[in-house]
Design a protein around this ligand. Sequence first.
Ligand SMILES: Cc1cc2nc3c(=O)[nH]c(=O)nc-3n(C[C@H](O)[C@H](O)[C@H](O)COP(=O)(O)O)c2cc1C
Length: 179
Amino acid sequence: MNILGLSGSLRRDSRSTALLRAASELLPDGHSLTLHSLSDLPFFNGDLEDDVPASVRALGQAIRDADALLLASPEYNHSIPAVLKNALDWASRKSSGAELRGKPVAVISQSPGPAGGARMQMHLREVLSTLGLRRSPGEFAAGSSNQRFEGSELVDPDTRERLRGHLASLITLTEETAP
Ligand SMILES: Cc1cc2nc3c(=O)[nH]c(=O)nc-3n(C[C@H](O)[C@H](O)[C@H](O)COP(=O)(O)O)c2cc1C
């Protein structure tokens, strides 16, 4: 199965993006993760829908082609970073060509604080449910992330195991709901 990884942080050394790279390493054989950068996506503007930008069409196509989505994000002011919310706003529009309804999704987050982005996940859950995605059960929120990474590599063995388990749930959900 092909999982599309989207990161809510554009930072070069982003730990959220690093979680996606770790996820790619931890996936069982036969499954792959493709990272799709959101850095070229313009802010949603209804005027752009008359002639949809290539970066929006590319995102729509990547979502359509994926069996499941893996969203990795930090928490900004207890909520969803604009980068990720903007991508979901675009993807919710027919003009993007994405199809979100029924798409399996898992959310992972990290933060140097103790909650690991759990408050952001509460808001994101609401948005994902509004858009009709199927979210895998369980939660992966890595608090104190500065202690779990070396540079931008996830090195903490317990966190890697938890991530592996979270990916297994996403795979199960995707296989159960495959057409
Ligand atoms: C604008 C802004 C708001 C933030 N708000 C929170 C917050 O509400 N809770 C939290 O735990 N960390 C907060 N942080 C710290 C982020 O968790 C930290 O920068 C993030 O984990 C970095 O993620 P990245 O490595 O993927 O870029 C905030 C950071 C920024 C830049």
